[in-house]
Ligand binder design. Structure first.
Ligand code: 48F
Length: 257
């Protein structure tokens, strides 16, 4: 009966996919541009990677360009990443390029999954697994469960490394710092909070601030800016892409792939 096959096909393959992700090399929290780029390069290097995003459509702040004008600006330094993902771009001025934000976001998502990363949408990561003072996984629940305020316990996913790619809110860093009485690797030991906009400095410092912020926990993208107290940069996306690639390279080297 086709009706039953349709349901069973979904249920069996979905739970198989989830089962394979209960123990990961890397759990990425947040499917903005930095997290997706990180997922792509790590999956390509053979790491077991899953990315969790609370929205139905991952992609974070990349779909909308700026003020919903769906174009992006990227600088020369990040062009190699744009080319890795096969995204069309046009030269603009002074080493800057433009691209369509819908094409760009969908290309990142497609290539990350195609390279072997698993993306779970509608998953909110509400906490981390914290064992022997090391971040060792993520605690996940359905976004609708949290939105409805239902009293339903989450599930646990183990990972050698967790990447906080949650954007401006740097949610994983906040939760680790606030719940466990530890110091993050920042000037204050806590989440400092992003500074007001400065494009050139923001783009430079977001890549610099991409690092292991606490044993087992890496941070990339706007979350690095927010944690490290560096300036926001607005709708230029090269820094996000470079930050995602940098965190991938750091973890790949660590794992020795
Ligand atoms: O903010 P976001 O796009 O992350 P990003 O990679 O990129 C920032 C840029 O979009 C833009 C910018 C560029 O110059 O400043 O803002 O740093 O995407 C973050 C994603 O994380 C998800 C959220 O739904 C979004 O798609 N997210 C946030 N918190 C959680 C989460 C959570 N606790 N669990 C699951 N997903």
């Amino acid at each position: 009966m086709i009706e039953k096959q349709v349901s069973r096909g979904i249920i069996r393959t979905y739970f198989d996919k989830l089962d394979k992700c209960l123990e990961l090399d890397v759990a990425i929290v947040g499917g903005g541009p930095s997290g997706i780029v990180a997922a792509y390069y790590m999956a390509k290097a053979g790491l077991r990677v899953a990315l969790f995003d609370r929205k139905l459509s991952p992609g974070g702040g990349m779909w909308g360009g700026a003020m919903m004008f769906n174009q992006l600006v990227i600088q020369q330094e990040a062009l190699g990443i744009i080319q890795d993902f096969g995204i069309n771009y046009e030269p603009y001025e002074d080493g800057l390029f433009t691209a369509d934000s819908v094409e760009s976001t969908s290309a990142l998502l497609y290539h990350a999954v195609h390279a072997g990363a698993t993306i779970f949408n509608c998953y909110s990561v509400e906490d981390v697994v914290f064992k022997d003072n090391v971040v060792s996984g993520v605690v996940v629940n359905w976004t609708p469960v949290l939105r409805e305020g239902l009293h339903v316990d989450p599930l646990n996913i183990m990972a050698r490394f967790v990447v906080d790619g949650t954007g401006h809110d740097s949610e994983m860093c906040r939760v680790v710092a606030s719940k466990n009485g530890i110091r993050l690797s920042t000037d204050t030991g806590d989440v400092i909070g992003e500074r007001s906009l400065d494009v050139a400095e923001g783009e430079r410092q977001v890549v610099e601030a991409t690092k292991e912020i606490y044993p087992g926990l890496y941070v990339c993208g706007m979350a690095s800016s927010a944690v490290g107290g560096t300036p926001r940069m607005g709708p230029i996306f090269g820094g996000m892409l470079l930050s995602g690639k940098k965190v991938a390279e750091m973890i790949i080297e660590r794992v020795g792939k």
